[in-house]
Ligand binder design. Sequence first.
Ligand code: GDP
Ligand code: IMO
Ligand code: MG
Length: 422
Amino acid sequence: MANTILVGAQWGDEGKGKIIDVLTEQADVVVRTQGGNNAGHTVHIKGRKYILHLVPSGILRPKKTCVIGNGVVVDPVSLVEEIEGLRKLGVRIKDNLFLSETAHLVLPYHRELDEQREILKGKHKIGTTKRGIGPAYGDKAARTGLRVLDLINPERFKKQLELKIRENNEILKAFGARPLSFKQVHDSYRAAGNYLKDFVANTVILLHQAVRRGDDILFEGAQGTFLDIDHGTYPFVTSSNTTAGGACTGSGIPPHRMDRVVGVMKAYTTRVGEGPLPTENAEIADMLHAMGREFGATTGRPRRCGWFDAVATRYACMVNGIDELAVTNIDGLDSVETIKLCIGYRDGSRRCDYVPNDTETLSRCRPVYAEFPGWRTPTHDARKWKDLPAKTRSYLKALAELTGASLSIASVGPGREQTIAL
Ligand code: GDP
Ligand code: IMO
Ligand code: MG
């Protein structure tokens, strides 16, 4: 399979977890390289549902090595809970999981600050997951963060945490929020550190050994292209590089060792949180929500929904270097009479064929649509390309052509088996 970077090509929740689980069959190693437990990756196997936040989705297949890379921000207490939860479901987690010693920690003051900043922003809030992701990456960039190797060094951790709690309590008091108890935070994080210490490794060396052995590595992206800190709809983004380059910096594997980039996208568009979404449409949102679909895997919030936006995915293809497309949730459009697909934007009288960087301009953009007749047939039992209705195939061909990459996976349901390889 070679070394594959998998990225979300929209606003997150494209179905990356499901596609990773499918592709893991051919891989030896699966690595998360950015983001934190703001991610929620859902995998359905034999009627059982698993939601992964920090642990790579590859963990659900035995004999695969999973790595939480240096670019991830890790809340150790949440990671312990996640591992315990997976173990209760019968997932084996032992010598098949490695945690980078240089990954930065998310601590309770990051979560508190995340929440307080959102409250202060009021109606201009980002709509974060309140997992402390922005403040944790902020500390990393400011060179004031604590890392996994600090957590597992009890004396150093105590000293560093003491200072950090003192500093952050002053900030929390200024927000009018309750200060944190050093002892409580210290004890719970040290307990998590003890639990996790056997997983801790120099994952850069470990991954390079895998490269030298000729192992196939799968880089599991979190969030999506338009949530990227550099290329997304700033400031309505997350705080990491969700695009393909993040896989290199977040793992220590250089660009010329990467062989292909797979972009995952839904057959329509969703977004959770605030910020522009040019193709947003209340009817399609109501339809999907009534089907019990499109509720956030991490926060349970209803996702905003809209038509497929080829302007956005074309841009995603460009910045990620996407070679292949995995289109998911095709079955979500099974009952739609006329399907719209955005082929351009109009800002007043001006036509725009790419995503403008200025968020205000993007918010003004109105989509220009092409229309496709709906297939109005259930697709969830299709297992081969020719099992799909001709109208579905036409829609998918147009979507791939407009996006500018070749269609390699079509997904017609959440299950592993509901996957068509092209
Ligand atoms: P991720 O964050 O990109 O991994 O995506 P999420 O797991 O947050 O959200 C995607 C949702 O779509 C999950 O509930 C998946 O189980 C579901 N899903 C993925 N592919 C398909 C598909 O082809 N059809 C249907 N019906 N659901 C899918
Ligand atoms: P996966 O990996 C969808 C969104 C939040 C918010 C913005 C910033 O499951 O696709 P943050 O908590 O990161 O500071 O929030 O980013 N967001 C996601 N949206 N899927 C995700 O992850 C997301 N992770 C963050 O809703 O708009
Ligand atoms: Mg998700």
